[in-house]
Design a protein around this ligand. Structure first.
Ligand SMILES: Cc1cc2nc3c(=O)[nH]c(=O)nc-3n(C[C@H](O)[C@H](O)[C@H](O)COP(=O)(O)O)c2cc1C
Length: 199
């Protein structure tokens, strides 16, 4: 078997910009201290358990972190491939007075169980209460929430009436290829699990 040529990476600096890897792209919704809504994109984000926990990596200097520390809650919108511009706009730098007016221009609707907004026309909407913050991961922290409300768009809901491949074709998924590309996933194939596999 041929072994591909391997390049040693410098682990004294971040390795993740040296190659592409696949992430989701979500928008986290929180409430600012002055009562205005905040929205910010995150790609270091995924379920944190086999039950209903969700976690993402955030920087304590971001308002998102400080808002969650204060309010103990946040929303998560899983966006569609057509919404990458919206997610990017949510990362617009703050004005000198600390405000982020772009947030009010984004299409949103209110969550029901927590005091924050979702991005309209995403496909998965989670409402979370803070369970745990894990600090000191370099300059980042891990924020883990307990999901207290969840809604999925009808066209993204799996059902025994529809083939999973057709579902993904009809409601394409977004793959964020860090550090700066994205792909629209319309084609997918069943993973070959081993016989008798149980998780
Ligand atoms: C595509 C994209 C992905 C991002 N992913 C993350 C992430 O996973 N974690 C993080 O802390 N910041 C991430 N950011 C940066 C912040 O979300 C961003 O700087 C944001 O504006 C902070 O806003 P806030 O002060 O309202 O929290 C990402 C930005 C972009 C454009």
């Amino acid at each position: 078997m041929n072994i591909p040529a391997l390049i040693e990476l410098d682990i004294d600096s971040s390795i993740w910009e040296r190659f592409f890897s696949v992430f989701p792209l979500v928008v986290i919704g929180t409430r600012e201290a002055d009562g205005s809504p905040d929205l910010a994109p995150k790609h270091l984000a995924m379920p944190m358990s086999w039950s209903n926990h969700f976690g993402f990596v955030c920087t304590p200097s971001h308002n998102t972190y400080q808002n969650i520390e204060r309010t103990q809650q946040f929303t998560v919108t899983y966006i569609r491939p057509s919404q990458t511009l919206l997610a990017s706009l949510a990362a617009t730098p703050r004005c000198d007075d600390g405000s982020k007016p772009i947030t009010r221009s984004l299409p949103t609707f209110a969550a029901q169980k927590v005091d924050a907004l979702f991005i309209s026309e995403g496909y998965l909407f989670l409402e979370c209460e803070l369970q745990q913050m894990v600090d000191n991961l370099g300059e980042n922290s891990l924020i883990i929430g307990r999901i207290v409300g969840a809604k999925v768009a009808a066209d993204a809901l799996r059902s025994s009436d529809q083939d999973d491949a057709d579902l993904v074709l009809g409601a394409p998924l977004l793959a964020y290829l860090y550090p700066g590309r994205f792909a629209e996933i319309t084609s997918s194939t069943q993973l070959p699990f081993p016989a008798g596999f149980k998780r």
